[in-house]
Design a protein around this ligand. Structure first.
Ligand code: PHB
Length: 370
């Protein structure tokens, strides 16, 4: 299985060597403190999964009001930087590479995370369907508030500061979360963004917020350490666009102009299906991007090898399979069976269902389904 063109091949990109073409997809696991501080528990979990060529850590808020759920981590204060340092040191000691994913949940956040209790930030006062997990449990999304342009400037600076914090915490780079209906994605889409100022209307205006973030982050840490996550076909939070191909062609052109290193493209409707709707040509988006491409959503080993072998992607990211298989790359390499996790421990809690999964070699009698 180690012939040219498989996920097991090491490769170099922008002067950095990656051990293989498997990425660990960012997964919200909601085990930080209520102040967004990760600790030794996260360090253990990420160290166990350092066999991935590149790990992208879970969505991490750039501001208190950017959290998309209780116990999600942040990168806006020193305690969070110090907490993440435990993880990056552990991953590097295990030979891995890890990016931080910088996140503002926008209208999918909640007023209880806002220091002033303000409604969540959004292009427009249009509520999303669904629920967010806060200290009191799961509650419906609120009606958000349309950001003022001056507030957008503040959030751009928060992304820059979080990127600097990520580098100070020892991350190898950052991924800007511009997917899944969160703040930056919601500005891109004409179903949600009905603004009439410089941040709405034309494609250039709808992308202005994301492009401003990318400019600041690239200026702060360099383009070689920057990834952008896009999900052209997500319906999360009611995302829709009258012409997603044009929208994402434009975004990718802007990423190319900034020489950004990575596009992390989520196929299909996240958490639902990897099927791509009519009107979106993922292959054309991949070809358009000049840097390296990570594809993900619901890949099997065979699909991943086919995508790498054909040159459709540079890396394939796996999320859920990594939950119960910390040694996922080794299991793929040797054809070991995959263990199944339980959804009940995806979000919140402690080590159970998180950092207590054995490697196959340490427990070779395990059978799939344990
Ligand atoms: C989640 O909390 O379920 C979640 C977070 C970030 C994503 C997608 C899902 O991008």
């Amino acid at each position: 299985m180690t012939e040219q063109g498989s996920i097991f091949d090491g490769f170099e990109h922008r002067g950095v060597r990656y051990a293989n073409r498997v990425a660990f997809s960012p997964l919200t696991r909601a085990r930080a403190s209520a102040n967004g501080v990760p600790d030794h528990l996260q360090a253990t979990y990420y160290r166990q999964r350092a066999g991935a060529g590149l790990q992208i850590a879970e969505a991490t808020a750039v501001l208190p009001e950017g959290h998309g759920g209780i116990w999600t981590p942040g990168l806006y204060d020193q305690a969070q930087v110090d907490g993440w340092r435990l993880t990056t040191d552990a991953v590097h000691a295990a030979g891995g590479k890890i990016y931080a994913q910088l996140w503002h949940a926008g209208r999918l956040s909640h007023s209880s995370f806002h220091p002033d209790g303000l409604p969540p930030a959004s292009p427009a006062a249009i509520a999303a369907q669904g629920q967010v997990h806060i200290a009191q449990g799961r509650v419906d999304y609120e009606v958000p508030r349309a950001l003022r342009a001056s507030e957008i400037d503040t959030i751009v600076l928060a992304f820059e500061r979080a990127a600097r914090n990520a580098m100070n915490a020892g991350f190898d780079g950052v991924e800007i979360h511009a997917a899944h209906g969160y703040l930056l994605d919601s500005f891109l889409r004409d179903a949600i963004n009905d603004r009439t100022d410089d941040y709405g209307g034309s494609l250039e205006n709808r992308a202005r917020f994301l492009v401003a973030v990318l400019r600041r982050v690239v200026a702060a840490i360099g383009p070689d350490k920057v990834a952008v996550r896009l999900s052209p076909d997500t319906q999360a939070g009611g995302m829709r666009d009258s012409d997603p191909q044009a929208t994402f062609n434009y975004v990718i052109d802007q990423m190319n102009a900034l020489d950004i290193a990575w596009l992390d493209l989520v196929e299909g409707n996240n958490l639902v299906s990897r099927d791509i709707a009519d009107g979106i040509d993922v292959a054309a988006l991949v070809v358009r991007f000049k840097g390296a491409v990570i594809l993900n959503h619901g890949y099997t080993l065979d699909m991943a090898n086919a995508a790498i072998g054909s040159g459709a992607a540079d890396m394939i990211a796996f999320g859920r399979p990594f939950i119960a298989n910390p040694d996922l790359v080794e299991r793929f390499r040797h054809g070991y069976p995959l263990a199944e996790g339980s959804r009940s421990t995806w979000y919140g809690g402690g080590a159970e269902g998180y950092s207590d999964f054995p490697t196959y070699r340490s427990n070779p009698t395990e059978t799939a389904g344990n």
